[in-house]
Design a protein around this ligand. Structure first.
Ligand code: F6P
Length: 546
C-alpha cells in the first residue's frame, strides 16, 4: 500500500509503468496483433455473460502485469474489503459507501455503526413492491377516484439520471399503459412540457431527493403541487394521493406536506449517483414491475460478488479501471467515449457522466495533497450508429487519442430484417478501423491521387474496448452499471481520491442562492460581485422588464 501522504506517482509500480510506457509508446496495434495471432482471444474476459475484448488497447502482457502490481501496491484489495465491510471510506463526509448493500440478498449482513443494514434495505424493498403493485394494478386511486396513468419523477443528478436511464434502457419491459415523465431542470419548460397534456386526476408525482433540500427539485415539486391543485379544484387533501417522496429526510418530506407513510427511505451511505437501485428506482419499478426490478438487483449483486472475490487479472471492473488509468495517466488521454450500439441505452452515456465525473473529478488525495497526475477523464458519448455520422471523424483522424468503450448485444429486443447484423457490423468495423487504420500505401493502391492520399490515411493505433453481451435485460443492465461503478471505484482507489463526495458542486449553488434575490428584487440591489457578473445581472434585469 502507498504510505500515508505518498502520491501514487511516487510508488515503485508507477515508476515502472512510466519506464515501460517509454518502451512501448511507439508500438502499433497492427504490430502487436501481427506478432501474436492469439492476442484477440487472450486479452479478453468472459464472465457473468459479459465478454470484454480489451485486446485493442495499446498494451502488452507486461503492461497488464505492471498495472496489476500497481493495484497491489496501492492496496486496492484492502479498499474493496473496506467498502464491503461498511468502513467509512467516504472520509470527507465521514460516511460508509454501501450501494452494494442495496442489492445484497436477504440473509446477508453488512454493518454500519454496528447495525446490520440489510434488513432495512429489504423492508423498504417490500414497501416499494407493495406500492408499485397497487399502482400498476389500479388499486391505488387518485383523489377523484381515477386510476393513476401518468408518473412524473421530479429529481436531479442521481435522483434523475439513474431513473431516466433505467426507464429508457428497460422500456421494452415496461408497462405501456403507463406514461412516464422525468423533470429535473429548474427551467420551467421542463415541468411545463412534462405535464402539458396530462390529466392531474391521473397523475402521480414522485419527489426524489436524497436531501429534500435541492433547490431545483423543491422548486419543481412546489410548482407541480400548484399545477395539481389548480387542476383538482384546490383541495389540499389531493396531495396525499398524488405525491410520494423518496428521500433520507423525513422531516423535510413532511414539511412539504407529503405523508411520511408515502415516503420511501434510503440512507446517507448511498451516494446520489449510486442510488438508482435504492428507492430512487421507484419509477423504474413502476415501469418494469417488481420482478424485473429484483432481477436487475440480482444482476448488480452478481457483479458486486465478482468484483469482491475475483483475482484482479480476471476481474472485469478492476481490469476496466486499470485500463482507464493506463490511458489517462500514461497515454495522457483526456476523455472516454461511451458508445452503446443499443438504442435503449441512449441515456447511458449521460448517466455515466455523473457516475464517473462527480466521482473522479477531484484534484486532491484523501490526505488533502494536490495530485501531480490526472484524475477523472471526461466521459461522453452517443448511441451508435448516430455518432458515426457526427463525431467519429475526430476519433478516427483528429489529433487527440480517444479511448472508446463499444457496448453491444448479441440478440436484439426488436428483431427487424437485417438491422441487427448491420448494427453489429458497424461496432466491429469501427473498433477494427480505429485499431488498424489504413496506410498511405493502401490508400494509393486504391488509385487515390497523391494530393488526396494524406486526407484519406487512417493512422490507426487508437484504443478501444468492446463489451459484448447476449441481450439487454434487467439483469444484464444491473451487471453493466455495477461494472462501471466498480471501475470508477478502482480508479479512485488508485488515485487515492474520495470518489464519494462532491464538494465541487457547492460554490456555484451558494452563489446562485445569493444571486436569485438580486434578480428578483423590485429595487435596484447593491451588487458586490466582480464587474462581469454585476454587468450580467444588470443586463438581465433590464431584459426582464422590456
Ligand atoms: O449535484 C450534486 C448532487 O448532490 C448530486 O450528487 C445529487 O445526485 C444531486 O445533487 C441531487 O441531490 P438530492 O437527491 O439530494 O436532491
Amino acid at each position: 500500500m502507498t504510505t500515508e501522504g505518498q502520491l501514487i506517482s511516487e510508488s515503485a509500480a508507477w515508476k515502472s509503468l512510466e519506464a515501460h510506457y517509454e518502451k512501448v509508446k511507439g508500438l502499433h496495434l497492427k504490430t502487436l496483433f501481427a506478432d501474436d495471432p492469439t492476442r484477440g482471444e487472450r486479452l479478453t474476459l468472459d464472465t457473468l455473460g459479459l465478454y470484454l475484448d480489451y485486446s485493442k488497447n495499446r498494451i502488452t502482457d507486461e503492461t497488464i502485469k505492471l498495472l496489476l502490481d500497481l493495484a497491489e501496491e496501492t492496496g486496492l484489495r484492502e479498499r474493496i474489503d473496506a467498502m464491503f465491510r461498511g468502513d467509512k471510506i467516504n472520509l470527507t463526509e465521514n460516511r460508509s459507501v454501501l450501494h452494494v448493500a442495496l442489492r445484497a440478498p436477504k440473509g446477508a449482513s453488512i454493518l454500519v455503526d454496528g447495525e446490520n443494514v440489510v434488513p432495512q434495505v429489504h423492508a423498504v424493498l417490500d414497501k416499494l413492491v407493495d406500492f408499485s403493485n397497487r399502482v400498476r394494478s389500479g388499486a391505488w386511486l387518485g383523489h377523484t377516484g381515477q386510476r393513476i396513468r401518468n408518473i412524473v419523477n421530479i429529481g436531479i443528478g442521481g435522483s434523475d439520471l439513474g431513473p431516466v436511464m433505467a426507464y429508457e434502457a428497460l422500456r421494452f419491459y415496461s408497462e405501456r399503459d403507463l406514461t412516464f415523465r422525468f423533470v429535473s431542470n429548474v427551467d420551467g419548460t421542463d415541468l411545463a412540457e412534462a405535464t402539458h397534456e396530462l390529466d392531474p386526476a391521473e397523475t402521480l408525482f414522485i419527489i426524489s431527493s436524497k436531501t429534500f433540500t435541492t433547490a431545483e427539485t423543491m422548486t419543481n415539486a412546489h410548482s407541480a403541487r400548484d399545477w395539481l391543485l389548480a387542476g383538482l379544484g384546490g383541495d389540499a387533501k389531493a396531495v396525499a394521493k398524488h405525491f410520494v417522496a423518496v428521500s433520507t429526510n423525513a422531516e423535510k418530506v413532511s414539511e412539504f406536506g407529503i405523508d411520511t407513510g408515502n415516503m420511501f427511505e434510503f440512507w446517507d451511505w448511498v451516494g446520489g449517483r449510486y442510488s438508482m437501485d435504492s428507492a430512487i428506482g421507484l419509477s423504474t419499478m413502476l415501469a418494469i414491475g417488481s420482478e424485473n426490478f429484483l432481477a436487475m438487483l440480482d444482476g448488480f449483486h452478481q457483479m458486486d460478488e465478482h468484483f469482491r472475490t475475483a483475482p484482479f487479472v480476471e476481474n472485469l471492473p478492476a481490469i476496466l479501471g486499470l485500463l482507464t488509468i493506463w490511458n489517462t495517466n500514461f497515454l495522457k488521454t483526456q476523455t472516454v467515449a461511451i458508445l452503446p450500439y443499443e438504442q435503449y441505452l441512449k441515456r447511458f452515456p449521460a448517466y455515466l457522466q455523473q457516475l464517473t465525473m462527480e466521482s473522479s473529478g477531484k484534484h486532491v488525495t484523501l490526505n488533502g495533497a494536490h495530485v501531480d497526475y490526472d484524475t477523472g477523464p471526461i466521459y461522453w458519448g452517443e448511441p451508435g450508429t448516430n455518432g458515426q455520422h457526427s463525431f467519429y471523424q475526430l476519433i478516427h483522424q483528429g489529433t487527440r487519442l480517444i479511448p472508446c468503450d463499444f457496448i453491444a448485444f448479441g440478440q436484439p429486443l426488436n428483431p427487424l430484417g437485417r438491422h441487427h447484423d448491420m448494427l453489429l457490423a458497424n461496432v466491429f468495423a469501427q473498433a477494427e478501423a480505429l485499431a488498424f487504420g489504413k496506410t498511405a500505401e493502401e490508400v494509393k493502391a486504391e488509385g487515390t491521387p497523391d494530393w488526396l492520399v494524406p486526407h484519406r490515411v487512417f493512422e490507426g493505433n487508437r484504443p478501444s474496448n468492446t463489451l459484448l453481451i447476449k441481450q439487454l435485460t434487467p439483469e444484464t443492465l444491473g451487471k453493466l452499471i455495477a461494472l462501471y461503478e466498480h471501475s470508477v471505484f478502482t480508479q479512485g482507489a488508485l488515485w487515492n481520491i474520495d470518489s464519494f463526495d462532491q464538494w465541487g458542486v457547492e460554490l456555484g449553488k451558494a452563489l446562485a442562492q445569493r444571486i436569485t434575490p438580486e434578480l428578483e428584487s423590485q429595487t435596484e440591489p447593491e451588487l458586490t460581485h466582480d464587474s462581469s457578473t454585476n454587468c450580467l445581472i444588470r443586463r438581465y434585469r433590464k431584459l426582464k422588464k422590456n
